[in-house]
Design a protein around this ligand. Sequence first.
Ligand code: G6P
Length: 612
Amino acid sequence: MCGITGYVGSRPAVETAIRNLKRLEYRGYDSAGVAYPAPAGVRIVKAAGKIAQLEASVQDQPMEAQVAIAHTRWATHGSPSQANAHPHPDCRGDLAVVHNGIIENYAELRARLRAAGHQFQSETDTEALAHLIEERLPEGEPTPQIFLEAVRQALREVRGSYAIAVISRFLGNAVVVARKDSPLVIGLGEAENFLASDIPAVMAYTRRVLILEDGDCALIEPDRVTISGLDGRLRTRNALHVDWDDQAAEKGGFPHFMLKEIYEEPRTVRDTLRGRLLADDRVTLPDVGFTAEQWARIRRVSIVACGTAYHAGLVGKRLLEQLLHRPVEAAVASEFRYSDPLVDPETLTLLISQSGETADTLAAMREAKRRGSPTLAIVNVVGSTLAREADAVLYTQAGPEIGVASTKAYLAQLTALTLLALYLAQNAGMPEEDRRRYVAALRALPEQIEACLSLSERIEAISAELAAMSCFFYLGRGYDYATAHEAALKLKEISYIHAEAYAAGEMKHGPLALIEPEVAVIGLCTQPATHEKMVSNLQEVKARQGTVLALLREDVPAPDTADYLIRIPATLDALSPILAMVPLQLLAYYVARQRGCPIDQPRNLAKSVTVE
Ligand code: G6P
């Protein structure tokens, strides 16, 4: 995710803001920039690539500024480039804005501002905000208070999420910040103040922080911070004392990136849905870029991916089949590319990838294109090779994922697949009532994921007992069988325990011979239609002294054969893989932690596999 820093006080502001920005480097970014007041307005310096490049570019600039804002960008709208890097100015160069988040109505704002004569220099959603503030400024030389009011007015017109910082020649030695659904903190110093999108970026200088809440705006001056709402009313926030060490700080206080990323899942799902569900419960995919004719030509879907993304594809296959009533294929990319894939101009080849750089997935996409198949990539990294080469892209909005074992990106992929399936079904005449049920269930997900996260302590306790098991089976039927594949992969990659996914009904055809007390069997029972069958399968395991953990919806009776129970909120069958995976990721995490494994960087594995 993008990073923001800023400084007001008597230190060299540009240097201080950039130094703090480096503490956010671990989050991943593709360009960086800084802005500070200059005699006639603001000066902006930006560079594609690493912060070191930005530092080289600012070296020859005079640096007496006592105010600066800086930014690392992880592309969401527009490719990673110097032009798209933040900060973004207004037309006159009187102000500069840095922003994290997504402005949903940016296309509309941009068109309106362009028509009013504003000149845009980038493809970003953020630049619309710079011009919108300019538009709201009265003629003449506004005072800082009037400038702040213009920012508030602009924000009232914005839909979406933001953490922003703005400097202007009208503000003097001050910065205006605001947040909604994107984090922003203020580090409090003595006659100096810091701002950042994350606590680690201010910790070198202060341990006293104010955490802004949604709807807060603040005017940050060296000796005071004034917080107000978008309505201009003053608000009070209490300062916290942060006593994390540096390593914990980088991970937002979590011991591992993997756990931090699991806790980011409610937000990931919310961000992936953002702007894609209309008020009347229709699904819109405006950024995908297929024409109506291209959408209409699709008769079949072939899903291709690797690893966790392939497992998302297994869920996607069922979901698309269920909603479209058409056969859908799902293949691992390394098999697809060397087979004689049955794709043609009427088959949509759907590539799924977090990184957008996986060699086999790229090769599969090129093979599908050679065969005349339209290609759509569900990708997390904007500007990645897959995003650039596929005919169309549906971005997941998971932000950078650092743990090698994929967690939040998987939930984002499932969310994007659900949106796509609903969009295609809606075009094919899905009954309105059914669509509304799905959309309501999608909207409920972030809170339900929070409920799953609240199981963490219980799962940790169960993990302490399961960590010594020699082998895990994950059993399920239907959607649960697809989930079982990803759950088994999570456990094996980080805990090094052998784990296998099995169709529950197949246990009797062989694997039951392996059951003994040191074998853990995780029964996934989230599908009401097959609940009783699953319970019988777990009884068969228990009768052979296997250790059974059952994962159930909260609204079904508990089987009396389970040694451990985990209950998740009820949702539609097709969405249960999203909720079920959260406790299963936590289970893998805590088992691996019990065993002292290097969770974020498991042996022999890489985050992005760019060779065959
Ligand atoms: C590697 C990673 C996995 C990931 C897979 C596919 O194996 O360790 O977490 O699922 O590659 O990567 P992609 O970036 O294409 O989703």
